[in-house]
Structure formats: C-alpha cells, structure tokens
Design a protein around this ligand. Structure first.
Ligand code: NAD
Length: 288
C-alpha cells in the first residue's frame, strides 16, 4: 500500500515509522522533518499517489485546512484516515467533503500516548463506512493492538471524548478522595487496598494510581512527568463540552472537570504535568 502521512509530530512520526516497516510511506509536516521518513514538499504531493492518507494534526481547524489541500489531489476511492483528536463537527465535515470528492474517510483518534505510538500498541476508535474500515484495518494492526469500529463518521471522536470525559471526572474524584482520606488520618495504602477492591474502583485508582508509591507504577512515581499531560486532558474535556453543547446533552460533571483542569493548566502549576498531578494540587488546598 502507498501511504501518505501528514503531521509528523510526537505521535505521527513513530506511527509513520512503524508503517514504513511494511509499506511505502511518504510524509509531510510544516515544521518537523524526521530523518527516518521519506519526505515530500507539500501535503498535496503526499496525497496524489497515496492509497491512504493519514493525518495526525493538532486540532480540527488545521485538519479542515489540510483536508482542503489534499482531497482535490487524492486518487478516486483513496481513503483519508484521520487519527488526530478533533471536534466531532470537524470530523463529520471532513468526511462529507471526502465523499463529495469520491473518497472515503475514517476518523480514528487514538489512546495510548507517545509510548503506544512508538511501541505500535495504540487503541483506535474508528468512525466511517464498513468498507473503508476493512481497508485500513491492516494499518491499525501495525500501529496498534486494538481497533473498535464505533459506527459512521464522527463516532470515533465521539467515543474518544466520552471515554476521556469519564477519565477526567474519575481522576479528579480519585484525587480528592485521597486528600479527604489523608485529612481523616486514613493510610494511603489502606485506602488503595479497600477502594481498588470495592465499588469505588476505577482505572485511575487501580491502574494509574495518582498517589506516589501506591499501586502499580504510574507517573506519580516519576514526579508526575506525563504520561498523559493535563494539557491534553483539558483539550479533550473542551472537545467534550463543545459536543455536549451542540448535542444539547447535560454534562455537569464533565463541565466541572473541564473548569478544574482549565484552572489547573492555565492559572496553576498544571501545564506540562501529568493529569494525575491533581492530587498534589488538592493536597495544598483547603475548602476556602
Ligand atoms: P504534535 O504537536 O507533536 O504534532 C502535530 C504535528 O502537526 C506537528 O509536528 C506540526 O508541525 C504538524 N502540523 C501542524 N499543522 C500542519 C499542517 N498544516 N500541515 C502539516 N503538518 C502540520 O502533536 P501530537 O502529540 O503528535 O498529537 C497529534 C494528535 O494526536 C493531536 O490531535 C492530539 O490531541 C492527539 N493525541 C496525542 C496524544 C499524546 O500523548 N501526545 C495522545 C492521544 C492523542
């Protein structure tokens, strides 16, 4: 398969490198020039020969600009596979535009982070037609360990933001419960031993415990270096709120989590730290 890869940043470069072990890959990025990937001089140049063009870009606005450049250049029936995390509306608009150009489109945001991109162990949440999903499935198998087909265009983004809204809310709940436990004189190990085997258990407690030295290894054991940065959690919580507004969904906990991560990242010490660094944030505060 001939693959074009646009957006060779922290995630895109290792994903493109993994694909290049089995396919012909040509990449383009306005800034990054990774030396292990064959590069073209424009996005349109990448697009014109490719069977599949993958984009891994920062946001929906940039995705729409790049789609405007590549769709007219792509071969009929080629597939635009967008793996960026973007708003649902942009994903659906780009898919509709692809269809108007006789192309196919899949939105397939990922979880698994930079480590997963390097190791080829990402999880893809995909939206788009069955035929397009089947055609790109072998590429998911190279870049990741799991791909879930979530329905038509935009549903991959919908799955991602719903998952991450739960994740953000749950992390905050786990961190504030640890601080309440501290203040009540409850030992953190005892707290973990109870909650991780009781009805309060969650991924944030059991697999990614925000308390250093408790539970399995996590960013808390590495001075809260990400991991999954609070900034990216804020991005996803903002996307969830944008979608909730469009869909008229009442999401008070998601909104509260968005507001708290916005305060943490924009006004406190959260930028560049793991999203579990909410725990030391709460430790420093009282109710006032
Ligand atoms: P990044 O900023 O490292 O990479 C984005 C790349 O896109 C940059 O190299 C930038 O130069 C390039 N770019 C911007 N505009 C361009 C254009 N018009 N044409 C070509 N290239 C352009 O970001 P990243 O960490 O690789 O994340 C990419 C996407 O993956 C984002 O949507 C992010 O939310 C999502 N994501 C990231 C992580 C993570 O842990 N980093 C995890 C899951 C999902």
């Amino acid at each position: 398969m001939k693959i074009g890869f646009i957006g060779l940043g922290n995630m895109g470069a290792p994903m493109a490198e993994n694909l290049a072990k089995e396919h012909e890959v040509i990449g383009f990025d306005t800034v990054a020039k990774p030396d292990r990937i064959t590069l073209a001089s424009s996005a349109a140049d990448v697009a014109k020969e490719a069977d599949v063009v993958i984009t891994m870009l920062p946001n929906g606005e940039i995705l729409r600009t790049v789609a405007d450049e590549i769709h007219p250049a792509m071969k009929p029936s080629a597939i635009h596979l967008d793996c960026s995390t973007v708003d649902v509306d942009s994903a659906r608009a780009v898919a509709a535009q692809a269809e108007a150009h006789n192309l196919m489109a899949i939105d397939a945001p990922v979880s698994g982070g930079i480590g997963g991109a390097q190791a080829g162990t990402l999880t893809f949440m995909a939206g788009g037609a069955d035929e397009a999903f089947a055609r790109v499935k072998p590429l998911f198998d190279i870049m990741g360990q799991k791909a879930v087909h979530c329905g038509p265009a935009g549903n991959g983004q919908a799955a991602k933001i719903c998952n991450n809204m739960i994740l953000g809310v749950t992390m905050i709940a786990t961190c504030e419960a640890f601080v309440l436990a501290d203040k009540l004189g409850l030992d953190r190990q005892a707290m973990f031993d109870v909650v991780s085997t009781s009805s309060g258990y969650s991924w944030t407690m059991n697999a990614y415990c925000p308390a250093p030295g408790i539970g399995p290894q996590s960013p808390a054991d590495n001075d809260y270096q990400p991991g999954f940065a609070a900034d990216l959690m804020l991005k996803d919580l903002n996307l969830a709120q944008m979608a909730a507004e469009t869909a008229d969904a009442d999401t008070p906990m998601g909104q509260a989590a968005r507001d708290l991560y916005a305060q943490f990242v924009e006004q406190e010490e959260g930028a560049g730290r793991d999203f579990s660094a909410m725990l030391p944030r709460f430790e420093k505060r009282g109710r006032g």
